[in-house]
Design a protein around this ligand. Structure first.
Ligand SMILES: CC(C)(COP(=O)(O)OP(=O)(O)OC[C@H]1O[C@@H](n2cnc3c(N)ncnc32)[C@H](O)[C@@H]1OP(=O)(O)O)[C@@H](O)C(=O)NCCC(=O)NCCS
Length: 657
């Protein structure tokens, strides 16, 4: 008897099979299909032709919600499945992803997030399946496939068009036969293994787990686990990392979606939320009403846009009297692990201290919560995968984030993380003499020595020494092995001068007639930031940057500022030499948060996996400290330590004496 005729849709609950009678239109499973690729479209065909379930829509991390595929709407990503089940919109799911490993990741995730959802099976009416066969849940058997007596097919397998599994053969979970792949009797195919298109596997052969048998191969000997094998007779070509891709050949172009049209000044209106572009006049109007820093300004963001960092926006929740506003940079995720990410995006901060600002709602918890939720909705509607933000230690704007303020993890995210570090600032209210007395004793000695040697520090508001500063900055980064993130292009410094205008100044130390060190100061709203510091190679042992900070402190006080902010240590750490250097000047520390939110966990994991595969292919691993992981740089697997991450402005300064 034909197995398919008896049970066209197997609606087992998380691995336990339950039969379903064909043709019934009452209480049929309401299914969402996860995936939109060619494979998913074939599965949709099967489910439609069987009339044994209702397809309620699609979920896909790479497609924008509201996209339509074969007449079905993309309802969101797999993150949304919980809500769809809770709203009684669906009760079942089919994970239609062709890659065996990625399919397993998505299934695991679905099981974790929605343990009560059922997985259906899709078996084409023309497949010939012996009655003495067991088929696991979530498996797809395509048109013309033949499965002979005594076969056992595990959960979430694929038997593609016209493939054939002869008697008493076994396919373990997540394994696959590509179109026209054929086995003899009593063959066993290990979990996650793929037998590619047109391959022939002779009788009684064993293929291990996580192995790929290449297109057109003829397998006459057992193939072990974790290899790629092809040819006639098939030979092992190479070892294979579990999960390495095997479907993306040279000519394979992953689907991409058209880029959205350029945005007008107000690009998005959602509930109480407006998203302004960096050209919008309102940006400045909102900033005027709320405590903020230079790093929040439209011109600073516009500079980042010009330098290619992404698209800058200010999201504003509320109205001009009472609002929470958050500037951010939105970047396309273009090429992660050699795959196109469609129109997925992520969010980062400009290089400085930003995060949200607020007016009239600083203590209104329910308003702040609504604002946060609106931000999240907006991010999701833009297809955002992750959000990274360097918050402002002096403004302490982490308190505007309800879940940081109250230690409550927000239910929107399956993953939240906040890097917490410290930054150092010199309080400018005490007199110059009092500040001198409060310095570390060794610092005072070093300053005496510098002065005795005739080191001379001058302000350079015209940036006449910019070329010297850039040269010293690159040398400083090289000496300190700074990560590529801190190697700003020359254009960055020129744009910074142009943008900052009277808010920016260089401060230069001379030893004799030689330029020994320099600092780049940003002055705004009573705070002076030592944005960048650099020392010439020849003067490192003298540490002239100490005198730069000392003189910057006097200059900033004389201009009526209240704080000279020196920043923190490398990667927000307080146990490194850069932080120790800064803390010689002051023990006035601020808590510095970096927010790292994964908005679309499924996409985050897939992108990271692809990036990892790409690194492994080239013999590297991913730097582990970087967020988001799918943008991490490659590092040697053995020998070389971690690169710094991008958390802390000033982390790359390292004027270590
Ligand atoms: C196993 C597989 C992944 C190997 O791919 P790969 O290692 O990336 O191979 P490359 O494309 O880099 O090719 C490397 C070399 O091996 C050769 N080669 C690749 N696959 C081969 C195969 N199956 N048989 C014989 N030679 C093969 C290529 O021609 C190339 O030779 P060249 O260097 O002389 O030009 C691929 O053969 C395969 O089977 N993919 C799955 C196809 C499939 O089943 N698609 C349908 C899915 S529904």
């Amino acid at each position: 008897m034909n197995h398919q005729a008896e049970s066209p849709v197997d609606a087992g609950k998380n691995g336990k099979k339950a039969t379903f009678s064909a043709g019934s239109h009452i209480d049929v499973p309401r299914v969402v299909v996860i995936g939109c690729s060619g494979h998913a479209r074939v599965v949709i065909d099967i489910l439609e032709q069987n009339h044994s379930c209702r397809i309620m829509g699609l979920l896909d991390t790479y497609r924008h919600p509201t996209t339509t595929v074969l007449g079905y709407q993309v309802l969101g990503s797999d993150d949304d499945l919980r809500a769809l089940v809770d709203a009684n919109i669906c009760d079942s799911v089919f994970v239609a992803i062709g890659d065996n490993w990625i399919r397993s990741l998505v299934v695991d995730r679905v099981k974790r997030l929605v343990p009560d959802v059922r997985f259906v099976t899709a078996i084409h009416a023309s497949a010939q399946i012996s009655r003495n066969v067991s088929v696991g849940v979530g498996t797809a058997i395509m048109a013309g496939a033949v499965v002979n007596s005594g076969c056992r097919i595990g959960d979430f397998c694929i038997l593609n068009t016209c493939s054939s599994l002869d008697h008493d053969s076994t396919m373990e979970q997540y394994s696959s036969l590509a179109p026209r792949a054929v086995t003899g009797g009593s063959v066993s195919i290990g979990a996650f293994s793929a037998v590619a298109i047109g391959a022939v596997v002779s009788h009684a052969i064993r293929i291990g787990e996580q192995t790929v048998v290449g297109a057109g191969a003829t397998v006459v000997n057992d193939i072990p686990a974790g290899v790629v094998a092809y040819g006639t007779p098939a030979r092992i070509i190479r070892q294979r990392t579990p999960g390495a891709s095997y479907l993306s050949g040279r000519n394979y172009e992953p689907p991409t979606l058209p880029v959205p049209p350029p945005s007008p000044a107000i690009v998005h209106l959602l509930k109480n939320l407006a998203v302004l572009s960096s050209q919008a006049a309102d940006w400045a109007a909102y900033l005027q009403r709320a405590p903020h820093d230079y790093f929040h300004r439209a011109d600073f963001h516009s500079m980042a846009e010009t330098l290619g960092s992404g698209r800058a926006s200010l999201a504003v929740y509320g109205n001009s009297d009472k609002f929470l506003a958050w500037p951010f940079i939105m970047q396309d995720i273009e090429d992660c692990g050699g795959c196109s990410a469609g129109n997925l995006k992520d969010i980062t901060s400009v290089y400085g201290y930003t995060g949200p600002i607020a007016s009239g709602c600083e203590n209104d918890q329910s308003f702040l919560l609504s604002a946060w939720n609106a931000m999240v909705d907006m991010w999701r509607s833009y297809g955002i995968v992750s959000v990274f933000a360097r918050l402002h230690p002096v403004l302490a704007n982490h308190r505007l984030l309800p879940h940081l303020r109250s230690d409550r993890v927000n239910s929107h995210f399956s993953y939240d993380e906040f890097g917490e570090g410290k930054t150092v600032a010199i309080d400018l209210l005490p007199s110059r003499e009092e500040t001198w007395k409060s310095y570390d004793r060794h610092l005072r000695q070093a300053l005496h020595r510098l002065l005795a040697l005739g080191t001379n520090v001058t302000l350079d508001p015209e940036w006449k020494y910019l070329d010297d500063f850039i040269r010293m900055y690159y040398r400083t980064m090289k000496r300190n092995n700074a990560s590529a993130f801190y190697l700003f292009p020359g254009e960055y410094f020129c744009k910074l001068r142009e943008t900052l205008g009277s808010h920016g100044s260089l401060i230069i130390a001379h030893c004799g007639d030689q330029v020994a060190a320099g600092g780049l100061l940003i002055e705004y709203g009573g705070i002076v930031h030592v944005h960048l510091l650099a020392t010439d190679d020849a003067f490192v042992s003298l540490s002239p940057s100490k005198l730069i900070i000392h003189e910057a402190q006097a200059w900033a006080r004389a201009r009526g500022n209240r704080l000279l902010h020196l920043g923190g240590g490398r990667a927000s750490r307080t146990d490194d030499s850069l932080f120790r250097f800064k803390s010689m000047f002051s023990d006035n520390f601020y808590t510095f948060y970096t927010g790292r939110w994964v908005v679309n966990q499924g996409a985050y994991e897939l992108l990271t996996l692809k990036r990892e595969n790409q690194a492994n292919k080239l013999g590297f691993a991913l730097s582990t400290s970087y967020f988001p992981a799918y943008r991490a740089s490659f590092r040697e697997i053995v020998g070389i330590g971690e690169e710094g991450d991008q958390t802390s402005p000033h982390a790359g300064l390292a004027p270590v004496s």
